[in-house]
Design a protein. Sequence first.
Lengths: 216, 211
Amino acid sequence: MPFEQVNGKVVSVPVAPGREVLARRGAMLAYTGQVQFAPVRASAGGMGGMAGRMMAGEQVQMMVAQGQGTVHYGYRGMYLTIIEVGQMGPLTVEADRLVAHDAGLQATLVFLGSQGGIRGAVRGAVSGQGMFTTQLHGYGTAVVLSHGGTIALPVQPGQTTTVDPQAFVAHVGQVNADIALNASWRDAVGRGSGEAIQLKMTGNGTVYVQASEQKI
Amino acid sequence: MIPVMQAFRLSGSRVLEVDLHGDAVRAAHGAMIAYTGDVAFKSAGMGGGDGLRAALKRRATGESVSLMHCSGHGTVYFAKDAMEVLLVELAGDTLKVESEQLLALSDKLSTDVAFAGLRGMSSGQGLFTTTVTGYGTAALLSSGGPPIALGVSPQFPLVVDPDAFIASQGRLNQTFVTDVSWRNLIGESSGEAFSLRFDGHGVVYIQPEER
């Protein structure tokens, strides 16, 4: 099912029976055809996922579009990036950056602490990101929000890509993100470079970075 | 190995890409969004890496330009607040730029502070601007959309709004124009009482948004 970029800030998505689309509530701009929108109560992760979501404060309300037609999505004039999820591996993104995705993609909530132990938890706390992020598994397409558009940087074995946590949007593939504290005595006396906390990406995949350090 | 000129590239219109091969680049504090390879970041210090005299002048004038020094091997990506990036080549000439619109500089370029005239009083940018001189590339920022380059020649002087001004390059004489009349006193102004006038030969860059 092709997701189509209308311009930098609007995507159009065809909807058909058996081809439902999940989207952030309120992100629909316009639609053609016979499309119904219904709130999604239990998240795709089932009861466990829902409990996790409530605990994590990831209260992004989603809705499902079903029927036959084409829906246009956009959110607060921010830039949208279409990301294909497939054999490369899962897509990891903060829930509030996720605008729409194929209902066929399985969404789970990941506690960062389980990924990198205590460092993972520290990463969430320090970088200002949630301690929990959403992971999408399976085959399909997802749309993520960014401030100022994204650039895609490859992550390959033997070459680390390092990202500013505030500019980080999402990563796809078998990518492991680890916080790196690059602070020195200069930061302690207020003469740092402003790049003390960094996210080191290792593995195999792609990381998406936005052209700004602003949050959603 | 002597690199001829550091390659500044644009990735899209809002992200600047710079390759480092053991050399260095200076960029606005905190503007790094990502890098590959092994790159170290440290504050360029009070003077922005231009020595004690520049540091003292900045202290005195309040025209603070906080730069960081990035060195190592790899590719660094810079961006700031989703603003459009503009690359300006300098071949020994001088670029006058608003300090907050400066994204990155080749390491060979030097910066200083210059008196900008009275225009600072209206634009709130301080009375001093940053000057960049030398050989290399400077990356500037334009907020609200792509920047606009306007040519200035002796027959065609240019008047711009100080709030939209980004930078000027060339042999330009900058004067401050006021158009204050009795209307301003009773609150009936047009909102364009203060302008910047450029005479001479050169280019002036403006942005499609007023600060």
